[in-house]
Design a protein around this ligand. Structure first.
Ligand SMILES: *Cc1c(COP(=O)(O)O)cnc(C)c1O
Length: 350
């Protein structure tokens, strides 16, 4: 049959999400989910929710959430937009700022969804290589981004886990003539974040998700904040009711339990440092991580072999083929028991 699709769609393979295997007794350390459940306050809201309310549409702009997110970063409701996961926000951002005449610049390696969204827009992607050994950022990123209309900084970066130096990010925000999106999906686990740049610079958007630090990947909730003009523009192309009523309420209950989230995060950070040391003892090269995962290369540099050996033992991590990334595994920090099992399997091999 002849294709009725736009050529851009026929040309792309589509994004490959990390697998969500159905096997039981599996140790799942492949998609950077949180090993701890969301706040107990979430269960209370679920218990008390009257299903009759679902007859009505939700608040289209989720203003209750916008207000609490805005307050947490010293901004106003008008500076915040809510997404059905931050992937939904990424779709809006690519639709808003990229097309065949407006390219996007990304660092390499980074989150593999960005090039897929660019391809859907028919937009070119400029890839700015990170250092081959330690994944540090080049000083001349603005120059390398050329005339791109959108530049994305993932901080901490995925899949490498390191953070671009904050002063370097500030310089990029100041000097890049286009939109700078700072994707802070993992900032809960980092020593600092760039939230203030959203107020300091007119061309900066900062984006967060509930999927990693907030233990709610299944809920689908993200938010972005920045200058009112940018938020107003994105609002024009958002689906009217992009976040459902129940998600709005459950997210709010979880977000407001600041102490509970901080406790879970602190456990994960402590276990990340512990696992780093233990992998190093086995001879792994581990990139110092500011996220809830490690990017680690086995002593023989055979990422694919290590991935397969773990899978044999029902421990699932993430492997990204490629000349540089293929030497590594990306390992989500799990519970102490899960991390111990991972080490046990690796210790047999190395
Ligand atoms: C997980 C992740 C996202 C997507 O988060 P969702 O809110 O689950 O859509 C966005 N950016 C990066 C870098 C991520 O790792």
């Amino acid at each position: 049959m002849k294709s009725y699709f736009r050529p851009e769609i026929d040309a792309i393979a589509g994004y490959a999400p990390g697998e969500q295997p159905k096997m039981s007794n599996l140790i799942k350390l492949n998609t950077n989910e949180n090993p701890y459940p969301p706040s107990p306050e979430v269960l209370k809201v679920l218990h008390n929710f009257d299903p009759a309310r679902l007859r009505r549409y939700p608040d289209p702009t989720a203003d209750g959430l916008r207000d609490i997110f805005a307050a947490s970063v010293n901004m106003k409701r008008e500076n915040v937009i809510i997404g059905n996961g931050s992937d939904d926000l990424l779709t809006m951002i690519f639709r808003a700022f990229t097309d065949k005449d407006r390219s996007v610049a990304v660092f390499e390696p980074t989150y593999s969804l960005y090039p897929v969204l660019a391809a859907m827009q028919g937009a070119e992607v400029t890839r700015i290589a990170l250092d081959k050994e330690n994944f540090s950022y080049p000083d001349n990123a603005v120059e390398l981004a050329g005339d791109a209309n959108l530049l994305i900084i993932t901080r901490p970066n995925a899949p490498t886990g390191n953070c671009a130096d904050k002063e370097l990010v500030r310089n990029i925000c100041r000097n890049f003539d286009g939109i700078v999106l700072i994707d802070e999906a993992y900032s809960d686990f980092a020593a600092d974040n760039c939230s203030e740049f959203a107020a300091e610079f007119d061309n900066v958007l900062v984006m967060r998700t509930f999927s990693k630090g907030s233990s709610m990947a299944g809920l689908r909730l993200g938010y972005a904040f920045g200058n009112k003009i940018l938020i107003d523009g994105l609002m024009k192309l958002k689906d009217s009711y992009n976040v459902d009523m129940l998600s709005q309420e459950l997210a709010k209950a979880n977000f407001l339990d600041v102490q509970y989230r901080a406790e879970c995060t602190a456990k994960i950070i402590a276990d990340r440092e512990k696992l780093t040391g233990e992998l190093q003892k086995l001879g792994f090269k581990v990139i110092p991580s500011q996220a809830n995962f490690l990017f680690a290369s086995p002593p023989d540099g055979d990422g694919a072999g290590a991935f397969a050996a773990l899978r044999e033992e029902a421990v699932i991590v993430r492997y990204f083929p490629g000349e540089i990334t293929g030497k590594y595994l990306r390992i989500t920090i799990g519970t102490p028991e899960e991390n111990a099992r991972l080490l046990e399997v690796l210790a047999k091999r190395y």
